[in-house]
Structure formats: C-alpha cells, structure tokens
Design a binder for this molecule. Structure first.
Ligand code: AMP
Length: 119
C-alpha cells in the first residue's frame, strides 16, 4: 500500500505562488519572503522550496549543502535590506516556538531590541 501524499506546507504553497507573499529573494531551491508578523525592522523567512525537512537538525543531517545555500540567501537578504549584520533564528520544536514544521530560518536585522527573538 502506498502512503497518501502529505499535504503541502504553507511555505511550499508560497513557493508555488498559491499563497501570496512578499518574496525578496529566490534560488532554484530556496525562497525568502517577508514574515507576515514581523518581530524586527527586517524580518524575513528563508526556507527550502520543498518541505522534506522538518527542522534545521534534519536539514543539517540530510542535506548540508542546502543548509549552506539557505544561509547564503540569508546573508544576501541582510546585505540587501539592512547593513549586512543579522541574527539567524531556527526555532526547533514546538516548545521552542516552532509553528511551521518545514525548516526555515528567521533573518532578523535592523535595530534589534535587546533579547528579541522571533517566535
Ligand atoms: P516558526 O514559529 O518559527 O515556525 O515561524 C513561522 C513563521 O512563519 C512565523 O513567524 C509566522 O509569522 C510566519 N508565517 C506564517 N504564515 C505566513 C505567511 N503566509 N506569510 C509570511 N509569513 C508567514
């Protein structure tokens, strides 16, 4: 018996242009868009277009090259939208504030409040 296909995640639907988002950068495998509920002057979500990995631990083990690509896109976003300095947050697990189980990084930049973290 074949397992039923998983529902696409919200971020896969954004990558497929099924849900609108303010896209700021894109490569073949990675997409970056403004977070709908920003926690910093610049708050961008950077995520693989495919949702095979739930969190950064799975991504690092399964496809470290894709993780490196994601970090490179984050750096480009911080160069483009801020002064190049940024905080990169991967909420990992529900108790750490992860709500979307499709690995993604929060790029936070601009004038950050002391101690502010997304999630
Ligand atoms: P996390 O809580 O770490 O899983 O992060 C999920 C993030 O996705 C949150 O910061 C949400 O505000 C953001 N988010 C959820 N839906 C959308 C959407 N449609 N467009 C942009 N950002 C979204």
């Amino acid at each position: 018996m074949t397992a039923p296909a998983a529902e696409p995640t919200i971020f896969e639907r954004i990558a497929a242009r099924e849900i609108p988002a303010q896209i700021v950068a894109e490569t073949d495998r990675v997409i970056a868009f403004h977070d709908i509920a920003p926690q910093a002057p610049v708050h961008v979500v950077v995520t693989p277009k495919q949702g095979a990995y739930r969190d950064v631990v799975e991504l690092a083990g399964g496809d470290p090259g894709l993780l490196a690509e994601l970090v490179d896109v984050a750096r480009g976003v911080a160069d483009e939208l801020a002064d190049g300095d940024f905080r990169l947050v991967f909420n990992t697990g529900a108790n750490a504030g992860q709500t979307v189980f499709h690995v993604h990084a929060h790029v936070l930049a601009g004038r950050l409040e002391e101690g502010s973290l997304a999630g």
